[in-house]
Ligand binder design. Structure first.
Ligand code: IPE
Ligand code: IPE
Ligand code: MG
Ligand code: MG
Length: 329
């Protein structure tokens, strides 16, 4: 990827909204504050976990790029990160993940029960905050988006025939579980902008979000746990079918396919089996295919930015595309 587009760092992307992002962290802390001891203990742990703040970054950049300068943008940016956090707490429980952002997950450190309840706690705090703003528009966008995300997570579970999962269904899945929230973040950032800009930013977020999830799925194949802060090879271990495998299966011979079948039939595939399948996926061109697809979506995202007037924030949104497809974690 890097030979086609120049790398952008997260700091480059966040630079125009760096000051607001610091306030987002404080807002987040305020919104989730709890008296009840277990909730307070989970919150304290969650606040120690440092994420990339990619969704608040997109929202604040979209806001700036569309000419906005509203103080409530910081609160809305905290809300979008909180919705993301709530879905991660649930996702890690569903995926049986033990590590997130380099620290133990809520399900690992506390329990699955606590993860379920705290996911709801965080999400309902986000809703309370949106209601407090007394503006139906952001609530409307996020209510729709979070509902789409649940369907995306459900789609993941019902991928029955692991050896012939259609790419079109994968596209639907990543659009719902991931891209919808990035799209919502961009759209809510531009609620006061002319409709053409708002809609272009929503489409931008959708394309970018799909590329972002493909990059995440690639990182599961290629990156070390020490870099991403979450286990690698976990998707295959959990029998999760993502684009590298979907693409590779179309090019694999019978021997490779039966190795994949063996992995999918193993209740707990060994590290060796996972490593074997990763190697066959790479050899069959699955990683290259997924990279090309992420780049295609990235180009589509970039095209949407032409609806915006030139600005530093628009440049940063453009950099966010290269960052999303070529990020280290
Ligand atoms: C992880 O999102 C979940 C996906 C949609 C891939 P991020 O990669 O944005 O995670 P954090 O917030 O930086 O930890
Ligand atoms: C993204 O899916 C999770 C959500 C959109 C909630 P993944 O399951 O791939 O995310 P990671 O890899 O656990 O971060
Ligand atoms: Mg997961
Ligand atoms: Mg993943």
């Amino acid at each position: 990827m890097s030979q086609q587009i120049a790398r952008a760092s997260l700091a480059d992307v966040q630079q125009p909204v760096a000051e607001e992002l610091e306030r987002v962290a404080l807002e987040l802390r305020r919104i989730i504050a709890a008296d009840f001891p277990i909730a307070a203990a989970v919150n304290a742990h969650l606040l120690r976990m440092k994420g990339k703040l990619f969704r608040p970054t997109l929202m604040l950049l979209a806001h700036q790029a569309a000419g906005g300068a509203e103080p409530r943008a910081v609160t809305l940016a905290a809300v979008v990160e909180l919705i993301h956090l709530a879905t991660l707490v649930h996702d890690d429980s569903v995926d049986h993940s033990a590590l997130r952002r380099g620290l133990p997950t809520i399900n690992a450190l506390f329990s699955h029960q606590i993860a379920v309840i705290m996911g709801d706690y965080l999400y309902s705090r986000a809703i309370i905050e949106l209601v407090r703003l007394a503006d139906l528009e952001p609530l409307r966008v996020f209510a729709r988006v979070t509902n789409e995300m649940t369907i995306g997570e459900m789609r993941q579970l019902e991928a029955h025939d692991k050896l012939s999962y259609p790419e079109a269904q994968y596209d639907e899945l990543i659009r719902a579980k991931t891209a919808s929230l990035l799209s919502g973040a961009c759209e809510v950032g531009a609620l006061e902008a002319p409709l053409a800009q708002r809609e272009a930013l929503a489409r931008f977020g959708m394309r970018l979000g799909m590329a972002f999830q493909i990059a995440d799925d690639l990182l599961d194949y290629t990156a070390a746990e020490a870099v991403t802060g979450k286990p690698s090879g976990l998707d295959l271990k959990e029998h999760k079918v993502t684009l590298p495998l979907i693409a590779a299966l179309g090019a694999m011979g019978p021997a490779d396919r039966s190795l994949v079948a063996e992995l999918m039939a193993a209740p707990e595939p060994s590290d060796e089996l996972v490593a074997g399948v990763i190697e066959r996926v790479r050899a069959a061109g699955g990683l290259d295919y997924a990279r090309r697809r992420a780049l295609e979506l990235a180009q589509q995202a970039e095209g949407e930015l032409e609806a915006l007037p030139p600005s530093r924030a628009r440049d940063a949104l453009r950099d966010s595309i290269t960052y999303a497809v070529d990020r280290p974690s």
